[in-house]
Design a binder for this molecule. Structure first.
Ligand SMILES: C[S@@+](CC[C@H](N)C(=O)[O-])C[C@H]1O[C@@H](n2cnc3c(N)ncnc32)[C@H](O)[C@@H]1O
Length: 211
């Protein structure tokens, strides 16, 4: 079976505003979004997975909640193309090739039930923390799009990044949050990365945030 791999240089992770030159194959900005092109019922998404990767979690979620529209957002185009091939069986599933550091302006205010941010940040070294996706800009966007009862789910396998998430959330102040390392509380399908952590015996850390 062909393995999907795509090495991306560090510039691909930056927002367009920080780039002197846009690298070839940088995901385009989203001008006008027509949800009819994504979901059979033409409605906007109910749940969004930021940095969905190969999409195991996304597919399981779409199967669990056939009445909900599930959208993945991903920097790597091959993963997005592969996820889209599943739309025949799962018409409530879709994915966008897009860099989330450019904002979520194409999603309306207070429309999303759940946002997932599961193992997406490759910048785990302290010296690279400025490149991390998880910052006040992203949190403001997530807070804006979540319904008043909405929730944000966060996971990482890097303890320092987990502490960084807690620090940013404490400074942001708008979410109430707690650690959710108990699977009964978490109660969500497995992601590709989580599966690989389980297989290798790598610990991971989870947080649930309420608006
Ligand atoms: C380690 S994988 C985890 C994927 C999936 N969430 C999981 O748990 O299996 C991280 C994914 O986040 C994506 N990612 C990282 N930064 C991103 C960004 N700024 N915008 C969109 N996707 C991003 C990467 O391309 C990669 O596929």
């Amino acid at each position: 079976m062909k393995r999907l791999r795509q090495h991306l240089g560090s510039n691909y992770y930056l927002p367009i505003s920080q780039l002197k030159r846009i690298p070839p194959n940088y995901p385009p900005l989203i001008e006008n979004i027509n949800w009819k092109e994504h979901f059979i019922n033409g409605k906007a998404p109910d749940m969004i997975d930021l940095g969905c990767g190969k999409g195991l979690f996304l597919e399981s979620l779409a199967m669990l909640y056939p009445e909900k529209n599930i959208l993945g957002i991903e920097l790597r185009e091959p993963f997005v193309k592969k996820i889209i091939t599943k739309k025949k069986e799962l018409p409530n599933l879709s994915a966008l090739w897009y860099n989330i550091t450019n904002g979520l302006y194409f999603i309306d205010d207070e429309t999303i039930e759940k946002v997932f941010f599961l193992f997406p940040d490759p910048w785990f070294k302290k010296k690279h923390f400025k490149r991390r996706v998880f910052n006040f800009d992203l949190l403001n966007e997530i807070y804006r799009i979540l319904l008043p009862s909405g929730k944000l789910y966060i996971a990482t396998d890097i303890y320092d990044v987990h502490l960084y998430h807690i620090e940013i959330l404490n400074n942001f102040k708008k979410f109430t949050f707690s650690e959710a390392n108990n699977s009964l509380i978490w109660d969500l399908p497995m992601t590709n990365k989580q599966k690989s952590c389980e297989e290798k015996g790598i610990k991971y850390f989870r947080i649930i945030c309420c608006k």
